[in-house]
Design a protein around this ligand. Structure first.
Ligand code: PMP
Length: 462
């Protein structure tokens, strides 16, 4: 017998009190949250969430960029249920495998570009990124170049919260805590044209940002650089879409110095940009890539690293253990859900829907409805992901002072008005479920515009 407990308004306060007493939230000022009380999210269907007070909220963020196929998909629930009954757990460490892990590896290889034919499983994007770090360093070690162990990432990149992901990422707030960071990681500037290009055209700026990679490689010595790691579009950094020529140039430079490219596809992967993977939207082939989130539409934690033949074959031919793995690598239930998720994506032609229908609709309508708004300095995006720069003065691109925290003001208005939109500094971010309909896109954007009006009014008042 299963008991189904739902929250009522009457016990919202109890849950908040329990939460405040015992739950430490990620990326949160726990003291401040405990004083205020967390909003209790209770159930979800399609692109909507309901909180414990009965408020219906449209989820413009697909959870944390992950619920790509929307909430309430019975097929995913059934896949988990079936697998739980057959084999709820077994490991893949000691010369065993199981059907879900093997089948999922094949499915992932079928949708990844080029020769990314070998799949290593993890449970989170952070673990996948840590796996990338250890894989590329060990690859060069196998190749007789143990000194080729420096990884290059970028300022304002996000690669997760483990010590490896934190070190490779470029989030200054994270670097201030929990260090020292992992050594032999370098960073270069981000390709944020609107915010950092000055008078340069997009093309000039794309080249300049890629040039920064060549300069860094030369500064530390090409023989010492293992890999460059980047998100095709920076997500948690505020949805920064690089200039169109950027990745081509990065690829050219990496090839020139025999530096591996790892695409961190944790957000861009699984249809978000209108291709299966973000690297395809920028037309470059990585040597390996990390993925998570959309792999299972967030229904269960699962992540993977897709590894190209060159690297995988080096490990295979080396004939020695790779001393790395997680208890839940390739967890059968999570894998079964991911297989079903990919099957659904294919059956419903969801990548095509993002590329040719809802993506263009969203991007066009977003600009129609918001680009003239007095708060909006710039809109960038691709497929079903977008970042909107809020500014005090459009003409001069002047930002609001930091202590005003315009993004959080706007986010709070959204939350109060039934829309989830995320703030990254002064940038507002959207990344809705890929199954969102035209009418639901209209609802997201109408609410967003209303909340931008409220934000403007609240800052006008002082
Ligand atoms: N890489 C990227 C590009 C991400 O966006 C994220 C999470 N937002 C991660 C890695 C870390 O993933 P997780 O939170 O699952 O560890």
């Amino acid at each position: 017998m299963s008991s189904h407990r739902t929250t009522t308004a009457a016990n919202t306060a109890d849950i908040q009190a329990t939460d405040a007493s015992h739950h430490m939230h990620p990326f949160t000022n726990t003291g401040a949250l405990n004083r205020k009380g967390a909003r209790v999210i209770e159930r979800a269907e399609g692109v909507y969430l309901w909180d414990s007070e009965g408020n219906k909220i449209i989820d413009g963020m697909a959870g944390l960029w992950c619920v790509n196929m929307g909430y309430g998909r019975k097929e995913l629930v059934e896949a988990a249920h079936q697998q739980m009954q057959t084999l709820p757990y077994y490991n893949t460490f000691f010369q065993t495998t199981h059907t879900p892990a093997a089948e999922l590896a094949k499915e992932i290889a079928s949708v990844t570009p080029g020769d990314l034919n070998h799949i290593f499983f993890a449970n989170s994007g952070s673990e996948a990124v840590d796996t990338v770090i250890r894989l590329v360093r060990q690859y060069w070690n196998i190749k007789g170049k143990p000194y080729k162990n420096i990884l290059i990432g970028r300022e304002n990149a996000y690669h997760g919260s483990t010590i490896g992901g934190t070190s490779l990422g470029g989030m200054s707030g994270m670097h201030k805590q929990g260090g020292p960071l992992v050594p032999n990681i370098e960073r270069i500037r981000q390709p944020y044209w609107y915010g950092e290009a000055g008078d340069m055209s997009e093309e000039e700026f794309g080249l300049a940002c890629a040039q920064a990679l060549e300069e860094k490689i030369l500064a530390v010595g090409p023989d010492n650089v293992a890999a460059f790691v980047g998100e095709p579009i920076q997500g948690a950094g505020g949805v920064i879409v690089p200039p169109a020529n950027y990745w081509q140039e990065i690829k050219r430079i990496c090839d020139k110095y025999d530096v591996l490219i790892a695409a961190d596809e944790v957000i861009c992967g699984f249809g978000r940009t209108g291709n299966w993977f973000g690297c395809q939207s920028f037309d470059f082939q990585p040597d390996l890539m990390s993925m998570a989130k959309g792999l299972s539409s967030g229904y269960l934690p699962i992540a993977a690293v897709a590894v190209g033949d060159r690297i995988a074959n080096a490990f295979i031919e080396h004939d020695e253990d790779f001393n790395h793995g997680f208890t839940y690598s390739g967890h059968p239930v999570a894998a079964a859900v991911a297989i079903e998720n990919i099957r659904l994506m294919k059956e419903e032609n969801i990548v095509d829907y993002v590329a040719n229908d809802i993506g263009p609709y969203f991007q066009t309508k977003l600009r129609e409805m918001l680009s003239e708004h007095p708060l909006v300095g710039h809109i960038e995006g691709m497929g079903l992901v977008a970042g909107i720069a809020l500014v005090k003065d459009k003409a001069t691109k002047t930002l609001f002072p930091d202590d005003l925290d315009i993004g959080l003001i706007c986010r709070d208005h959204c939350f109060e008005n039934g829309l989830i939109m995320r703030a990254v500094g002064s940038r507002m971010v959207l990344s809705p479920p890929l199954v969102i309909s035209h009418a639901e896109v209209d609802e997201v954007l109408e609410k967003a515009r209303h909340c931008f009006d409220l934000t403007l009014a609240s800052v006008d008042k002082g």
